[in-house]
Design a protein. Structure first.
Length: 231
């Protein structure tokens, strides 16, 4: 298990690392700021992040959202000297909340919960971002996906939000959730289709339930869709 620990106090960071080492965890990345943590998450796939909430600049809660945006499957445990942030922490999807000073036994229990939840959770959630807001979307809430350079835009009832993954990689993950590729730039949720219209060059135009958007397939995308669904 690769663990990221973030605390702006060097002594607290050192103590936490010693506790983790005692529990048998050696693959640890240390960061003293949100900037350092974000750089680490871009360079490594991290299984667990232990975040101090009260840091100057970007708080641990804000950092939690950012980390989930870059890696949605990361488990997060918050640590703080105060307990008033607990509700917000669990809203982000934290699996643990430790009030300082916590014991090594409490830390061990939190990490054990991470392991249990990672084995039992099969529900996909995508942490997307628009402006300063974040959405935790289920696949069934997404109408379609549009490629945008190295990211994608997810269209839901909330509007468009950005998700940090290439469309070709996301296509594989959404295959089991009834998404199909109808264009190099589009994935659509077939359960959200309202109407399909044939247009020029045998392409297809799709409209969706409850939203006014329409998108068009490519010729190859239309052919593949017809072959799959006998349209």
């Amino acid at each position: 298990m690769k663990i990221l620990i973030v605390d702006d106090e060097a002594l607290a960071l050192s103590r936490l690392k010693r506790m983790l080492n005692t529990l048998g965890y050696e693959d640890i990345i240390e960061a003293e700021s949100a900037t350092g943590a974000l750089q680490a998450i871009k360079e490594n796939h991290v299984d667990l992040a232990l975040l101090d909430i009260n840091m100057p600049g970007s708080s641990g809660l804000e950092l939690g959202y950012e980390l989930r945006y870059h890696q949605e499957d990361i488990a997060i445990i918050f640590q703080t000297a105060y307990d008033e942030h607990a509700l917000k922490a669990f809203d982000i999807g934290a699996v643990g909340y430790l009030v300082k000073p916590f014991s090594i036994e409490q830390l061990e229990q939190c990490i054990a919960r991470v392991k249990v939840e990672s084995k039992s959770s099969n529900d996909l959630r995508l942490m997307s971002k628009t402006g300063e807001s974040y959405y935790l979307l289920k696949p069934e809430e997404i109408y379609y996906v549009k490629a945008d350079l190295s990211e994608v835009m997810l269209r839901s009832s909330k509007g468009f939000s950005y998700y940090a993954q290439k469309i070709s990689d996301l296509e594989k993950r959404l295959l089991a959730y009834h998404f199909v590729r109808i264009h190099r730039s589009y994935l659509i949720n077939i359960n959200k289709i309202k109407e399909i219209e044939t247009i020029e060059q045998s392409k297809l135009r799709f409209s969706f339930q409850d939203i006014p958007d329409q998108i068009e397939s490519s010729k190859d995308g239309a052919k593949a869709f017809r072959n799959q669904f006998s349209v």
